[in-house]
Write a protein that binds this ligand. Structure first.
Ligand code: ARG
Length: 461
């Protein structure tokens, strides 16, 4: 009972533990579609090159179609003894069509086969994630448009800094997710070479046509070096790294949602569909989805470190270590997909509590920088001195428990006699935010321009 695929020189079969550590079928069955797609392209090329007969090609093609159907209908019998998806499919093909099945693997190895399947899988997943990110961006554009003139405090160190518009805050995330999408594009660009025909590691002496299979499989061109081809998993690492970066962005937003939805902040209210209650405390509405998004970032980071560690120090070319590449990538893809979907739902559903945001924007001396800027503009003070004068005004207001705008003119003039009535115009939240019209600044008109920029970009892709 030695292996029917490679057991020629083996007298006995493997130990059960050997099977358990060696078999990848429990997870790499996820690659069945890509495996069949690759085999169909390979068989067609073999026939076109006269390496196999047209009858054998037809039998292989029909057999593979039948197998795909069996897998999809759940009637396919997966076997651990057959290790992986590649040998499971080939063994079934041979049961279905006999000796012609043995000709499919001509000029090919599982090493280039798995490299192909995995690339196709990652490429498809990248496109799916790109589409999901585009939807998230659209959701943010709609919220930004609604709230181009909604004011809230901007923070640094999570301490009140300067008033900003909520639209501007939304657009900050659009920039991040836009960069994530461009990383997806870059990843596809570099990944877009076909490994098929690199064979075990050195290529083949048979007259195969790698350019035709590359084209048939939708790749830009075949890879150039067979050794590199079977040992390269950069595309999976890039996928994991862009996933980890995107997850990091999502986790920051998730953290803001957790903070904003507390009764103490009260900036947003999550919809019932994206929050949970407590089994003991009736008043609670918990941001579980946001917390889980924040937490799942750990899985994405873990996946990246897993594969970096698997690949580190591997000699050329293929080593079985590389079979450990798949679970991390499968899990990361599923996790990121879910994170983006949950975030899109939460952001599109959440209620933005405009009054609470505005009230917070007016507290904490958020307009202090504007007082300093006014002193620079109107009184021609050097900024450092203006900063000092403003600091004294803040100290006075704090002592009295009032806002800067509530200090009488006489008190401000006691600090600096050059201050006039005109100063109160710059001490409102609205005037502060509206005045920040420098390129990329938070003013409502800027936000609208940014929205138009991103709408245009989405339309033209
Ligand atoms: N299941 C293997 C993997 O995922 C396929 C390639 C095996 N090749 C080999 N020579 N053992 O990496």
């Amino acid at each position: 009972n030695s292996n029917q695929m490679w057991g020629g020189r083996f007298a006995s079969g493997p130990d059960a533990v050997m099977d358990a550590i060696n078999a990848s079928i429990d997870f790499d069955r996820a690659l069945y579609r890509e495996d069949i797609e690759g085999s169909l392209a390979h068989a067609e090329m073999l026939a076109a090159q006269g390496i196999i007969s047209d009858e054998d090609h037809a039998a292989i093609r029909d057999g593979l179609a039948k197998i795909e159907k069996e897998i999809e209908e759940g009637t396919f019998q997966f076997s651990r003894q057959l290790e992986d998806i590649h040998m499971n499919i080939e063994a079934r093909l041979s049961a279905l069509i006999g000796p012609a099945a043995g000709r499919l693997h001509t000029g090919r190895s599982r090493n280039d086969q798995v490299a192909l399947d995995f690339r196709l899988w990652v490429k498809r997943e990248l496109k799916r994630i790109d589409g999901a990110l585009a939807k998230l961006i659209e959701t943010f554009l709609a919220r930004a448009e609604e709230h181009a003139e909604t004011y809230l405090p901007g923070f640094t160190h999570l301490q009140t800094a300067q008033p900003v518009t909520f639209g501007h805050h939304c657009m900050a995330y659009v920039e991040m997710f836009g960069r994530d999408r461009s990383r997806v594009t870059d990843c596809i660009e570099r990944l877009d070479e076909s490994p098929l025909g690199a064979a075990a590691l050195a290529g083949t002496s048979l007259p195969i046509d790698r350019h035709s299979t590359a084209q048939r499989l939708g790749f830009r061109e075949p890879t150039r070096n067979s050794l590199d081809t079977v040992s390269d998993r950069d595309f999976a690492l890039e996928f994991l790294s862009l996933s980890a970066i995107c997850g990091m962005h999502l986790s920051r937003l998730a953290e803001e949602i957790v903070i904003w939805s507390t009764p103490q902040f009260g900036f947003i209210r999550l919809s019932d569909s994206f929050s949970t209650g407590s089994s003991i405390m009736p008043q609670k509405k918990n941001p579980d989805a946001a917390e889980l998004i924040r937490a799942k970032t750990g899985r994405l980071n873990g996946a990246l470190i897993t594969l970096l560690t698997v690949m580190k120090g591997l000699p050329l070319a293929y080593s079985k270590d590389m079979q450990e590449d798949k679970e991390a990538v499968f899990d990361a893809a599923e996790t990121l997909d879910l994170m983006i979907a949950a975030m899109t739902g939460m952001v599109s559903d959440m209620e933005v509590r405009v009054e609470n945001m505005a009230a917070a924007a007016g507290s904490g001396f958020a307009t202090a920088t504007d007082l300093a800027d006014w002193l620079v503009r109107q009184v021609n003070l050097p900024f450092r001195q203006a900063h000092h004068v403003t600091g004294r005004a803040v100290a006075l207001a704090e002592e009295r428990g009032v806002d800067l705008a509530d200090l009488p003119l006489a008190d401000l003039q006691a600090i600096d006699p050059a201050i006039t009535e005109d100063v109160y115009k710059v001490l409102t939240v609205e005037s502060c935010a509206k005045a920040r019209t420098s390129y990329g600044g938070t003013a409502p008109d800027n936000v609208r321009q940014q929205i138009a920029f991103w709408r245009d970009r989405l339309k033209n892709e």
